[in-house]
Ligand binder design. Sequence first.
Ligand code: SAH
Ligand code: SF4
Ligand code: F3S
Length: 465
Amino acid sequence: MHTHTPFTNLAFCIRTFGCQMNKHDSERVAGMLEGLGALPVDAIEDADLVVFMTCCVREAADTRLYGQVASLKNTPLRAGTPLSKRVVAVGGCIGQRDGQKLVDELPHLDVVFGTHNLGSLPRLFEEALDEGGHHVEVLDAGSSFASELPTAREHAWAAWLPIAQGCNNFCSYCIVPYVRGREKSRPLEDIVAEAEGYVAAGVKEITLLGQNVNSYGRDLYGSPRFAAVLDALDATGIERLRFATSHPKDLTDEVIGRFGTLRSLMPALHLPVQSGSDAVLAAMNRRYTRAHYLELVRKLRDVLPEIALSTDIIVGFPGETAKDFEDTYRLVDEVGYHQVFTFIYSKREGTPAASVDDPTPRDVIQGRFDRLVDFVQKRAFEANQADLGSTVDVLVEGASKRDAGLLAGKSPKNQTVHAPLPEGTSIEELAGTTVRVRIDEAKTWYLAGEVAEGSEPPAEAADGR
Ligand code: SAH
Ligand code: SF4
Ligand code: F3S
């Protein structure tokens, strides 16, 4: 039962851009607004309150936001709204970066908040409802973790759990340290308490979040202690444990070793390389070499030969030569990734790389990018062939977007898996459970097969935890 608040029966809609940290922040925003009696809706047209959780890591996301907010001005109010005007807020990384500038350029915007004061949003909304006008509040640093706020999770069985926020690495192309602030780790007890709560509530998969989880604890305990976090999470009895993101310079042998020993730690690792050229890595301020990265890959495969690796690559960093690009291409070949997220370099004002001029023509960079994307797809297809004929545990997420008669879920290696819904079952009852799927088709972006006999109850759930 909610007591009556200014939000009672208002409809809200959140649009989220950017990384998992932002998606997680959106779940906190949804949790707060629902707690105050507002109701979530999918379509912006149906919403009284609109929140944009924004990203500015590349220019494209930036431009899109300004366009979307501008177009809202002409969207009619929903039928039956108690408001005379839709109330629109921008938060996330563009809110943090641009603050007041946003309302100067988009006068029909009502509220701006940043990455350090999610918890202020209800108050800012309330002020806008009461007084009209612009309500902008952006803080320089966070006093608390958003995790102290309630959350409304997208899936009941999966949770994101931030263990650190901010970033101290200052890769020369990257705006994140400027919009998320300095790295701040959460005390281990808080992390474990939150995880235990999730396990008790039936959550099957936890993904630990941080811009660089590998340096967790440096600010708290003096030395990185990420392996201890993994141990403590495994001990909660969670079925599946994942984490993102890992900076290669801070990936320790202890953490690598955990892939061989921890029951819950899934055999998949996102390890952004950015470039395969030592010259470019140095100019990016990544502080590792190609050889060091390949050594990490070798150690990981020694511990767990089937581990699925994914990465991020930036093409066209200022000064990248044809030879530098070939080094990247060769590295992709050598590693054999399951997935590669490829980005064309995007100049971000305020970062060191933004002041470096690049003579390389745009179409040359585009050509490198297209070649890499083709190659990445070919190698991803090849990597998936290894699972043909095997039986994998699939955590069911819902129906496939392609075909409602297919269930879709994730393998331990984080591959998307499709299978026909077994006779006599429904997506509603299978969602959030683990079924075993015999793989008979391996494509570039997914595996497909048949649910194996004896999937119910799932093998892991029966082991008494
Ligand atoms: N903290 C994470 C995520 C950073 S943002 C990490 O270090 O991996 C996600 C990805 O966006 C980065 O890995 C990088 O590949 C890409 N990226 C960041 N800044 C960029 C820029 N200015 N231009 C193009 N891609 C960028
Ligand atoms: Fe950006 Fe580098 Fe920090 Fe990742 S590690 S968020 S790429 S500065
Ligand atoms: Fe984007 Fe901010 Fe994440 S800039 S990538 S939403 S930290």
